[in-house]
Design a protein around this ligand. Structure first.
Ligand code: MN
Length: 339
């Protein structure tokens, strides 16, 4: 589904005209698309409106494999700078929301944003946005990433000429990140945009190296460990899963983002079309689902694990222990596939 608020362009112009304090926010545990789309918008707005104050705030920190992006050091981490973040949000008259469909996804920022009087503009690609939480919505489920929708946003504004190397690099990074290097969720429109972006002069190999080939030695060893010791395959359901406990994480000096992509690993095996990754996170088990083919990971996560996401990639949580969670999961898979 595509949502675009009526008169998006004229309302946006109006909001931008009266806003001198702009805040860009993204979701909790910000991933490559969250950071890249936010930074891309930041570079764009800075270029177009030199006199406005523009800041990016994310709920918590992000992985070092994104910290090479230009100006990523200026992103304000709410959990580490609460007072300053609150001050900025209170002053803001316009808030851009990137790469999420519900304020729930902003973690500890949720209530602050909801109670803020600022106008809120959503730029996103997740299904079923919480329409009443935003004043303006540009959401395209068929888009690969929020970064792709950011490109559409700039296009709608008639400002494609402003896309420079920095903005292009962000858009490319977000798309590459959310499509797992163009292997899922990219369509011909995505590639058309990428083609234009590359012409502006993105160093594609540098981005790919930074995103996908910058493991620490510990992460590499952890990956080898989960592959050889923690992956289980259930051929009957074309299913594979990996679990990782808090103790195991500690053993490999785990850092945020080190398990990124673990949910995809079982899918490299022939005939595996559904995969899940379970890991301890705070006081619950965080689960990531991936699928190829017909399995709707979004519906599954919504129905059984208080979560959601996209058809081919979603997440959920469980408050039971690891063993019980996996037992539940296998039971629900059976039920879901039989319906
Ligand atoms: Mn995204």
């Amino acid at each position: 589904m595509e949502y675009k608020t009526k008169n998006f362009f004229s309302k946006l112009k109006e909001f931008l005209n009266f806003s001198d304090n702009i805040v860009i926010i993204s979701h909790q545990n910000p991933d490559g698309d969250a950071i890249s789309s936010s930074l891309g918008l930041f570079h764009f707005l800075k270029k177009k409106y030199e006199n406005k104050k523009i800041n990016i705030i994310v709920p918590n920190n992000f992985h070092h494999f994104l910290k090479w992006l230009k100006k990523s050091n200026e992103i304000i981490i709410f959990s580490e700078n609460e007072t300053y973040s609150i001050e900025l949000i209170k002053k803001a008259n316009l808030i851009f929301c990137l790469d999420f469909n519900s304020m729930l996804r902003t973690g500890d920022l949720e209530n602050l944003i909801i109670s803020s009087k600022a106008k809120k503009v959503l730029i996103d690609h997740h299904p079923s946005p919480e329409i009443e939480q935003f004043d303006l919505i540009l959401s395209k489920e068929s888009a690969s990433s929020a970064s792709e929708v950011l490109y559409n946003f700039i296009e709608i504004l008639g400002e494609k000429k402003l896309i420079d190397k920095n903005i292009a690099e962000c858009i490319f990074t977000g798309i590459s990140s959310d499509t797992n290097s163009f292997s899922v969720n990219s369509n011909s429109l995505t590639h058309k945009i990428v083609s234009e972006i590359l012409e502006i002069g993105v160093d594609k190999e540098k981005v790919q190296k930074n995103l996908f080939h910058s493991f620490s030695f510990d992460k590499m060893k952890l990956t080898a460990y989960v592959l050889s010791e923690k992956m289980k395959i259930f051929p009957k359901y074309n299913l594979g899963l990996i679990s990782l406990s808090a103790e195991e994480k500690e053993k490999f000096n785990f850092e945020v983002g080190d398990s990124e992509n673990f949910a995809n690993l079982p899918m490299s095996i022939k005939d595996i079309e559904i995969s899940a990754f379970f890991t301890n996170y705070k006081d619950f088990i965080k689960i990531s689902f991936r699928s190829m083919g017909n399995f709707n990971a979004n519906l599954f996560a919504r129905k059984y694990f208080n979560g959601g996401g996209h058809k081919k990639a979603s997440g959920g949580k469980s408050y039971k222990n690891m063993e019980e969670t996996i037992e539940d999961f296998l039971f629900y898979i059976k039920e879901f596939l039989n319906n």
